[in-house]
Write a protein that binds this ligand. Structure first.
Ligand SMILES: [Zn+2]
Ligand SMILES: [Zn+2]
Length: 285
């Protein structure tokens, strides 16, 4: 990636300026089907802007939206973006990117940073304060919005098992939307849990399972889990890539958004867990 300060044909964030409208295409050697160079959102902890980029492992990383001089960023914190994919290293140029998690002023255990990065974190903290003062931002809004477990008839952010891994979904199971691009270049409006497909099974996962033992934050009772493990591999892959049946079959279709699965972290996500099955133990469908 070329540094932004030497090229007048690039925007401030390093993306190319195009004289006219030009369709994005997925490169044949791209490890992701995602069309956009970044998914721009706000950090839900501090309200500052972040760019989610796909990585080579398909996990997404939240990057600070601007490039920084490589000289002020410790080597272990350097990232660069090439062909829309974020790589955890510098690229040999005087400019690099940094993960927002390194700078996020809302982190309770901030990392020790050099003074130049510390001043950047302080500027982000000031912006958070301004957003809070004007009511434009409520920290952890998504987590705080979850009602008590006993009131939940449909988990807002369900705990889901796909391909032997556990995730927290960004929205209720029925509302998870296909990320693929349609022929009209809009995001597909169909849902992953499509009519005619086999749904997952709600089950109470035992916290006595081996990988839960070390986490005292988890409820003692079982945890409501939407288990897709009984579905064929291709169906679980369709859920993991967040595509409707038609777009799972259309391999050439690019993605217009990142799949929203967040790897389950007991420390962060225990407040989202429900301890009873939704709708009196019935399946939603
Ligand atoms: Zn943040
Ligand atoms: Zn679709």
């Amino acid at each position: 990636m070329r540094p932004i300060h030497v090229s007048s044909s690039r925007h401030w964030d390093g993306s190319l300026t195009a004289p006219g409208r030009r369709a994005l295409r997925v490169a044949t050697d791209s490890p992701t089907r995602l069309l956009c160079t970044a998914q721009r959102v706000e950090c839900r902890d501090c309200g500052n802007r972040i760019d989610w980029h796909a990585t080579i492992t398909r996990q997404a990383v939240p990057l600070h939206p601007a490039e920084l001089p490589t000289a002020i960023v410790p080597e272990s914190h350097r990232w660069h973006v090439a062909s829309g994919i974020a790589h955890h290293a510098g690229d040999g140029t005087p400019w690099c990117r940094i993960a927002h998690t390194t700078l996020c002023p809302a982190r309770t255990t901030p990392q020790v940073l050099p003074p130049s990065l510390e001043s950047l974190r302080q500027r982000l903290a000031l912006r958070t304060r301004r957003l809070l003062d004007t009511g434009a931002f409520t920290p952890g809004e998504q987590l705080a919005a979850v009602p008590p477990a006993e009131d939940i008839c449909r988990p807002t952010r369900p705990f889901v098992q796909i391909l032997c891994a556990r995730y927290i979904a960004a929205r209720p199971v029925e509302d998870i939307r296909c990320v693929a691009q349609t022929v009209r270049r809009t995001r597909c409006s169909h849902h992953v849990l499509a009519p005619g497909t086999t749904p997952g099974r709600w089950t109470l996962a035992s916290t006595a399972l081996h990988h839960f033992r070390r986490h005292p934050t988890l409820p003692k009772a079982g945890i409501a889990l939407y288990d897709l493990g009984h579905l064929p591999y291709s169906e679980q892959l369709r859920w993991r890539t967040q595509r409707c049946p038609a777009h799972a079959a259309a391999h050439g279709a690019p993605d217009l958004a990142l799949a929203e699965w967040e790897p389950f972290d007991p420390l962060r996500h225990h407040v989202l867990l429900a301890t009873r099955l939704p709708v009196s133990g019935q399946q939603h469908r």
